[in-house]
Design a protein around this ligand. Structure first.
Ligand SMILES: NC(=O)c1ccc[n+]([C@@H]2O[C@H](COP(=O)([O-])OP(=O)(O)OC[C@H]3O[C@@H](n4cnc5c(N)ncnc54)[C@H](O)[C@@H]3O)[C@@H](O)[C@H]2O)c1
Length: 313
């Protein structure tokens, strides 16, 4: 069940949601808006691969929301357009409080067939755009906090693919893993202003889930299960992270799949071996290695395998 509207009021807050006019982004825009926030929906209306921009997608979503919603239809993945989107939020609604970096594209290819141009496009949209938006928004968030406005909230939409990896997703997984580093550093840099920054790996039925072409039985099963999960659960959780109640939650990586909310661990040393003084002998190292480290190696399961269980909705 969706939480009651009075639970996390965002009255007077101004949000920028990239990719906010479709799928998970649209669910987030709707939820933040329903809780009282004004929204800039920054969505160029591109295909899953990032082609064929269509400004009517964001315009339609903004008019559906009505008052307190504004479309921004340029490609968000440049420093200039990111600055323009943030400036639009400030000019139209008087500030910027909530930033949700959600826009992403997919151009999958096995690494041995991958094209540099596809890599560049995915990294630009899925990682650099988040940096550009934050580079534009965070100076304002700091100034506003200094002036006594309630501290802002940043949510970066990552993916379990960035944590586990998945076949043929070198660019996508690298960009999504990059967002985790960005999340940690922004949480640190903005902590003194009271601004939080967290990452959320969503699981939800969208046009992207529908487009999965299963390569085997397990993937067919995964797709059927994933299609059972509406994106509103992710939206509810993102809205919580944007609320005053989440003031002490920062630098964390969550997952949301229906009613399940996961807190992901973050890489830390889990074993330590000390090499002998004066360099090491390979056979000695091999013993240390197999005895002390190999038992703790992380398996090569994909994210689809790791989450191929029935979602709770
Ligand atoms: N659907 C899932 O289960 C799932 C799983 C893991 C991660 N994610 C992540 O969740 C987010 C939303 O995914 P979705 O399934 O709703 O995707 P979607 O393709 O339905 O929506 C993405 C939106 O982003 C917009 N967009 C893309 N590039 C843009 C750009 N350069 N400028 C402006 N807008 C741009 C598109 O027009 C689109 O409306 C993405 O970050 C995705 O990687 C989704």
């Amino acid at each position: 069940m969706t939480a009651p509207l009075h639970a996390t009021p965002l009255d007077g807050r101004v949000a920028l949601v990239t990719g906010g006019a479709r799928g998970i982004g649209l669910a987030i825009s709707r939820r933040l808006h329903a809780l009282g926030a004004s929204i800039v929906l920054a969505d160029s209306g591109v295909s899953i691969a990032g082609d064929e921009p269509d400004p009517t997608v964001a315009q339609a979503a903004a008019s559906e929301l009505g008052a307190r919603a504004q479309a921004f239809t340029d490609d968000i993945a440049t420093a200039a357009t990111a600055e323009a989107a943030v400036a639009l939020a400030v000019a139209r609604f008087g500030g910027i409080d909530l930033v949700v970096n959600n826009a992403a594209i997919l151009r999958d290819a096995f690494i041995f067939k991958a094209q540099p141009a596809a890599w560049d496009a995915v990294l630009r949209t899925n990682l650099s755009a988040a940096f550009y938006v934050l580079a534009a928004a965070t100076p304002r968030l700091r100034e506003q906090a200094k002036a006594g406005r309630a501290p802002g909230r940043i949510v970066n939409i990552t993916s379990s693919a960035g944590l586990y990896g998945n076949f043929a997703q070198a660019a996508y997984a690298s960009a999504k893993a990059g967002l985790l580093g960005l999340t940690r550093v922004v949480a640190m840099d903005m902590g003194r202003s009271g601004v939080t920054c967290n990452a959320v790996a969503p699981f939800a039925a969208t046009r992207v889930t529908e487009a999965i072409v299963p390569a085997n039985g397990a993937q067919t099963e995964y797709k059927a299960r994933a299609l059972k999960v509406p994106p509103r659960y992710v939206a509810d959780f993102v809205a919580f992270l944007c609320s005053a109640q989440a003031a002490t939650v920062s630098g964390q990586v969550f997952g949301v799949r229906g009613r399940e909310v996961f807190l992901f661990s973050q890489p830390r040393p889990r074993e330590r071996v000390l090499l002998p003084e004066g360099g090491f002998d390979e056979s000695e190292f091999s013993v240390l290695f197999t005895q002390r480290l190999a038992a703790s190696f992380t398996g090569l399961e994909t994210d689809l395998e790791a989450f191929n269980s029935d979602p709770v909705v």
